[in-house]
Design a protein around this ligand. Structure first.
Ligand code: CTP
Ligand code: MG
Length: 359
């Protein structure tokens, strides 16, 4: 009976149903295993114990994909060290000392970068039976904004786990396979792609799939000290349990429909030349933020930086897409068009469409 009813559906609906199922199946097999999650937590604890021999009041927290619900198998670990003491060492001294200590006490390959813009220690671990692909990990210091934006993304993931997580995870894999996920080579970071998805679900889809957590009225009055981190307002509505009882999306699109629309929007409709994608405020004009890429400008450098504009949710003067080069934006947009074309044809078998998308 299942098969018969499937066949009676109009082909459009059948295609989206099949594609949604394929997307779930595809993403599930790419999630980290339980043992990987456990090993990573063990590593975090071990590193925290070691750091405390230098700074007893320090805590080591996860951020990025290991903490926001958008982790793929074998993704790297982003760790942030917080020190609850007024007389602490400088970040670069800590990086140097921690580098020496980890070199002596652990099996990690250690690379301290004390003089980087943001000083970090880079660690990696060779493959072993429990960790067939090894581990890569960066430890930074006092990056409280990254902890807050991680929490924001996690809350968005929790509001509608199935649709949000499937879309984000698929786009992360797709962007890696299509080689447009390298900020160092002029394309966009995973963080940038996640922000584009949330922007799309909050501000482009109508009715919206997600509420705007930064613009919801707070439950009780909040003071400036409670909401500001490093001078930026990081407040957002974070009581997801309560939200689930109060807010329901009127949008019932399937994951596949959302994916098709996402690709179409960023292939065709988003105005790259004049627009800024902001999850806090929706579509903004580059001019209103002073982020123009005026071609007559003499300031070659700033122009280069603003080809793709994505406002950071808290650090409003930071363009998350600033690494994207002229070639990079051309390639990324070309990839959105390619994906859109593949899906628009509604190939007979969704699983083949997926394979082709990520080929
Ligand atoms: N981050 C940031 N500003 C950026 C880039 C990253 O604050 N311009 C922080 C964010 O907290 C983000 C984290 O660094 O969640 C990790 O970024 P990234 O590695 O791009 O995302 P992941 O989700 O960890 O993706 P991947 O699995 O590809 O590592
Ligand atoms: Mg990461």
């Amino acid at each position: 009976p299942e098969v018969v009813s499937q066949r009676r559906l109009p082909s459009r609906q059948r295609f989206f149903g099949d594609l949604s199922q394929c997307l779930f199946d595809f993403v599930i097999q790419l999630l980290p295993t339980e043992s990987e999650v456990q090993v990573k937590e063990d590593v975090r604890r071990l590193l925290e114990r070691l750091i405390r021999t230098i700074e007893p009041s320090s805590r080591l927290l996860s951020f990025g994909s290991t903490a926001n619900g958008f982790s793929l198998r074998n993704s790297d670990m982003d760790l942030c060290c917080l020190i609850d003491s007024d007389e602490r060492l400088s970040a670069s001294d800590l990086v140097t000392m921690l580098g020496d200590l980890l070199e002596r006490e652990t099996k990690f390959h250690v690379k301290p970068l004390p003089h980087a813009r943001i000083p970090i220690v880079k660690l990696s671990l060779d493959p072993s039976p429990g960790l067939p692909l090894g581990i890569a990990c960066d430890i930074g210091f006092e990056n409280r904004l990254a902890l807050e934006n991680t929490r924001l993304l996690m809350c968005y993931a929790m509001i509608d786990p199935t649709r949000v997580r499937t879309l984000v995870l698929f786009l992360k894999v797709w962007s890696k396979r299509r080689k447009i996920n390298s900020p160092y080579k002029g394309t966009l970071s995973s963080y940038g792609y996640v922000l584009l998805v949330i922007y799309f679900l909050v501000h482009v889809k109508n009715p919206p799939v997600l509420p705007n957590l930064q613009q919801m009225p707070p439950l009780r009055p909040i003071s400036k000290e409670d909401t500001h981190v490093a001078g930026y307002n990081t407040w957002f509505f974070d009581d997801v349990e309560l939200l689930r009882t109060r807010w329901h999306s009127e949008n019932n699109d399937s994951v596949a429909e959302l994916l098709v629309d996402f690709f179409r929007y960023f292939a065709r409709d988003f105005s790259y030349n004049t627009g800024v994608a902001s999850i806090r405020a929706g579509f903004l004009k580059k001019a209103s933020k002073g982020w123009q890429n005026d071609l007559s400008s003499r300031f070659h450098d700033s122009r280069e930086r603003n080809r793709l504009c994505i406002e950071d949710p808290f650090e409003l003067d930071f363009n998350v897409g600033r690494c994207v080069s002229k070639d990079g934006i051309y390639t990324i947009r070309g990839e959105f068009m390619r994906a859109s074309r593949i899906l628009a044809n509604r190939p007979e078998r969704a699983v083949i469409a997926l394979a082709e998308l990520c080929a």
